[in-house]
Design a binder for this molecule. Structure first.
Ligand code: NAP
Length: 375
């Protein structure tokens, strides 16, 4: 299909530019992130200010982690692990990047956190969940509240559910398969509904058990969101995070609500402000430090789906993720294995008791230390 064909041409472009010039690094790709927001980059006009459309004959790119093999910039050495946290790591197994585009990952960090988490929950994904709950909401979910999250088995949704449970709220997850529902119950969700069920409305009502929804973390939109909003309490909050059900259409973002749902939102004085994580940059470093400590201590679990086969499989991985093929963060493994020092650090990490990891993380992986990853 389209993205895969285009990718093959772009691989050739990357090969022609393999020699790094001053200020550049040559790297092998360890992991690529595939994210729903990349979908808008395939349109001539992405419709958002924070990223640009992919250009014909330029590589497709996303966030990525890799290892430096040749450095033409002081401060980076061969063997260093580097991170591009957003949208500029080309989908190729070997890349040449401007050093200014990447952050060097401290050698001690993989002792406390999986490097893959930098593309997920200790990165944009965790920030989206954390800032959506704690900074976008005027009244964050708390004890006695009922939060519903759609796209619950994905990267953002699985973190939202766990963080909201930690705040004391009951959490109802909505996802696309029974296997995903079981995984979410295992993560501590209070109850889970499969939106593909023919009795979806009845299943949601059973999960709510007579309670009204106080918070709806909306990753999906469409009919599913109309249903959830119809179960919301007056003055409840919709965290309008994403509308993935409409990303393959020409609808503007966010798509207009059907009249009946719009009336209901108005009558019940439900707040439904558009949420963009990038509007909360002032909170990023502190939020990441908190999330990192929870991950290090095993209190925030980070399911991920890894697609094998190298960067050449990234286009298919992206299509799979958009269709629900992933549980947790969707990642593509580069063709090369991680270097020996990263594998040794990972082995040492799993031997450390989680509460030590959390303590060390709170001491050393501070907001200041993480600031480079989000700037
Ligand atoms: P993800 O949830 O890991 O992956 C996408 C998931 O969406 C799929 O696994 C699939 O799961 C579900 N899905 C796809 N089409 C659907 C449909 N028609 N109806 C219901 N579910 C559908 O992706 P993510 O990276 O965590 O992103 C989740 C949402 O957050 C996206 O909407 C994204 O745009 C948004 N986001 C927003 C911000 C922000 O700043 N506002 C930042 C990051 C991400 P099922 O198997 O359950 O269908």
């Amino acid at each position: 299909h389209g993205p895969a064909h285009r990718f093959v041409r772009e691989q050739d472009v990357v090969k022609r530019h393999r020699l790094p010039v001053p200020h550049q690094l040559r790297c092998t790709t360890l992991l690529l992130s595939v994210d729903p927001f990349l979908r808008c980059r395939f349109n001539a006009d992405p419709g958002v200010a924070y990223t640009s459309a992919y250009e014909i004959d330029a590589p497709i790119a996303s966030a990525g982690v890799g290892v430096v093999t040749e450095s033409k910039f002081e401060g980076f050495e061969p063997g260093d692990l580097v991170l591009e946290p957003f949208d500029a790591w080309p989908w190729a197994d070997e890349v040449v990047l401007d050093a200014s585009r990447v952050a060097r990952v401290p050698r001690a960090l993989p002792l406390l956190l999986p490097p893959s988490s930098l593309l997920g929950v200790v990165g944009q994904v965790g920030l989206t969940a954390y800032c959506g709950l704690h900074h976008h909401c005027a009244a964050p979910p708390a004890d006695g509240d009922v939060l519903v999250v759609s796209g619950a088995a994905g990267a953002v949704g699985s973190a939202v559910g766990q963080l909201a449970r930690r705040s004391g709220a009951a959490v109802v997850g909505i996802c696309g398969s029974d296997a995903k529902a079981d995984a979410l119950l295992d993560l501590g969700f209070s109850s889970v509904v499969n939106y593909r069920s023919e009795a979806l409305a009845a299943d949601l009502d059973a999960a709510l058990d007579g309670r009204e929804v106080t918070h709806y973390f909306d990753n999906v939109g469409g009919d599913l969101s109309d249903l959830v909003i119809s179960r919301m309490r007056a003055e409840g909050t919709v965290i309008l995070c994403g509308q993935i059900a409409s990303y393959d259409s020409d609808a503007p973002y966010p798509p207009p609500l059907p009249a009946a749902t719009a009336d209901l939102v108005r009558e019940r004085r439900i707040s439904r402000e558009r949420y963009l994580v990038l509007d909360h940059k002032a909170h990023f470093a502190a939020a990441l430090a908190e999330v990192a400590a929870l991950v290090a201590g095993g209190e925030l679990r980070t399911p991920e789906t890894r697609y094998e086969g190298g960067a050449g499989g990234a286009a298919d991985a992206f299509v799979s993720m958009m269709g629900g093929g992933n549980l947790g963060k969707a990642l593509v493994e580069g063709a090369a294995p991680p270097p020996a020092w990263v594998r040794a650090a990972e082995a040492a990490r799993s031997a450390l008791p989680p509460r030590w990891r959390e303590r060390l993380c709170r001491k050393y992986v501070t907001a200041e230390a993480l600031a480079a990853f989000v700037s």
